[in-house]
Each structure stands twice: as C-alpha cells, then as structure tokens.
Design a protein around this ligand. Structure first.
Ligand SMILES: Cc1cc2nc3c(=O)[nH]c(=O)nc-3n(C[C@H](O)[C@H](O)[C@H](O)COP(=O)(O)O)c2cc1C
Length: 265
C-alpha cells in the first residue's frame, strides 16, 4: 500500500502538503502530490492537516484520526497568557483520589506534546491507588536515608520519620510517571515536554499537579527501587514524574519570574 492517497477530484495541486512536509517526502506529479520515499515520513500529519480540500490521506497519519481545528475556540492573547500563567505547582491537595477517567484525559493530552522527529516513545504509568503513592514515599525516604546524598536529604527524611511529613509528594493522592525504552536517547526530554503539557492541561479538569523532582532523584536511576514497585517492564526506564490531585486552595494572583533577559541581534 502506498504512503499517500490523493483524491484527484478534490486536489487543487496547491502544493501545501509538499511545502509543509518536514522530511521532503512528497513531490508534485502530473495528477497531484506523490510520495518519493515513504520510509522518511515521520507521521507528523502535516500533509493531511494543511490540505484545504481534505484531498490527501496518509496511512501513517490518517485523515480519519484528525479533528477539525475550527471546532475549537481560539484563545486571544490575554486568554492565552492567563491560561499559561495561572498554572501553579500544587503542594496542598484534597484527600479525594482522581478517577481513572480523569487521569486518562490528562495523559491523553500529555501524549500530544511535540517530540524530536515525532519519535514520541513515551509511555505513562498512572498511579490510581493512593496506598501505592504512600509506598513510593516510604521507599524514596528509605533510599534517601542510605544514599550518598543522605546529608542533603536529612531535613526531608527527619520530617517524615519524626512528624510523618510528606515532603516528596506533598500528600498528592495520585502520581503520573513517564517511561521510555532504556536505549531511547530522547526519552527524558520527550517526557519533559509531555509532562509539561499534562501540567498545563490539569487546571482545565479542576486538577492540580507538581513536578516530582525530589522523587525523580531516586526514580530515574537505572537500578531504582521504583522499577520493581511500579512493575516497569525490563528494557524500560522511568523518565519523569508528576504528582496529581485536586488542589485544596486556589491562587488569586499571577506571579512574575526573574526580569526578562533577551538579546536581539
Ligand atoms: C524539573 C522540576 C522539578 C521539580 N521538583 C519539585 C519537587 O520535587 N517538589 C516541589 O514541591 N516542587 C518541584 N518543582 C516545582 C518548582 O518548584 C516550581 O515549578 C517553581 O517553584 C515555579 O513555581 P510554579 O510551578 O508554581 O510556577 C519542580 C519543578 C520542575 C520543573
């Protein structure tokens, strides 16, 4: 089967599919676009998405799997700024656990993040059971108490042992991990983009999240105890972690960062 099919009655030979192809897979033929090298196609979907006539289909990114962007409202600049700036790291959560359905919605957006060469390669492990998050907390603390960095973690580990304070997951009921093949060099960076999408989308579902960087210090190790705890398949590694739950408090103000540093040349 060929990579693309072109509906010759609909195609106006505008060439947009050819211009937008990132890997120069297409050329214009007598009857419309033709594939030069199917192997180079990275399944990004640009050719089908840009076509003004829905005249081209691509087996690696079928038209049927795409949705019309006109069905969605477009944010104006102020709405977009508010959307991006109102996401906050959440560190106080309600006890209520997030349902499988809601966590599925979250990771289903996370998987849409951009990745180099559209390689993707990120899988998700969503921890529904709060008891498992607590086990991960205990295991992380144990690891911290014996690691070479134990002095650095003393404040955290003592607070946990003496007062039961969860400085790792901040009481979040749920956790989302990313995993990738051990030998996939872009596993970590692709996971970061995915989890950034997840964090941005979470407030739209009434959820809050926080990057679990302290947990990652242990979880991302090649011999991490978390691989067994979360049944990570042989050949995969943990590449990222974000805690998730319903925020207990809301934030009334949008904070600033360091002053903008930009050079124009
Ligand atoms: C890679 C990374 C690791 C982080 N790790 C933690 C963490 O372990 N615990 C925590 O409370 N916050 C963690 N954070 C959240 C940052 O502290 C937070 O993003 C920063 O203070 C800015 O605040 P905001 O996210 O609310 O805008 C992490 C953030 C990133 C990007």
């Amino acid at each position: 089967m060929s990579l693309i099919t072109v509906n010759e009655d609909k195609c106006i030979k505008c060439g947009l599919c050819i211009k937008e192809c990132p890997t120069f897979v297409l050329k214009m033929g007598q009857k419309g676009p033709e594939a030069i090298s199917a192997d180079s196609c990275i399944a990004c979907g640009h050719c089908t998405a840009v076509c003004p006539k829905e005249a081209i289909d691509n087996i690696k990114s079928p038209l049927a799997s795409q949705i019309n962007s006109k069905d969605f409202p477009k944010l104006d600049a102020a709405e977009a700024e508010h959307f991006l700036r109102s996401r906050r790291s959440i560190r106080t959560y309600k006890e209520e656990s997030v349902s499988k359905e809601e966590l599925t919605k979250l990771v289903n957006i996370a998987r849409l993040a951009p990745t180099g060469s559209n390689a993707q390669g990120v899988s998700f492990v969503a921890i529904l059971d709060t008891k498992v998050v607590k086990e991960a907390l205990e295991e992380t603390i144990k690891w911290m108490e014996t690691s070479q960095l134990k002095d650095r973690f003393k404040g955290l580990t003592n607070a946990y042992r003496e007062f039961g304070v969860d400085g790792i997951f901040r009481g979040a009921p749920n956790l989302v991990l990313t995993t990738a093949d051990k030998d996939f060099s872009r596993g970590r960076e692709n996971s970061i983009f995915s989890l950034a999408y997840l964090e941005l989308y979470a407030p739209s579902l009434g959820l809050g999240s926080c990057w679990a960087g302290l947990f990652e210090v242990c979880a991302l190790l090649p011999d991490s105890p978390m691989l067994k705890l979360f049944n990570i398949p042989e050949g995969k590694r943990i590449t990222g972690a974000v805690m998730v739950g319903y925020p207990k408090y809301s934030f009334n103000r949008l904070v600033d960062r360091n002053p903008l540093e930009v050079t124009f040349i």
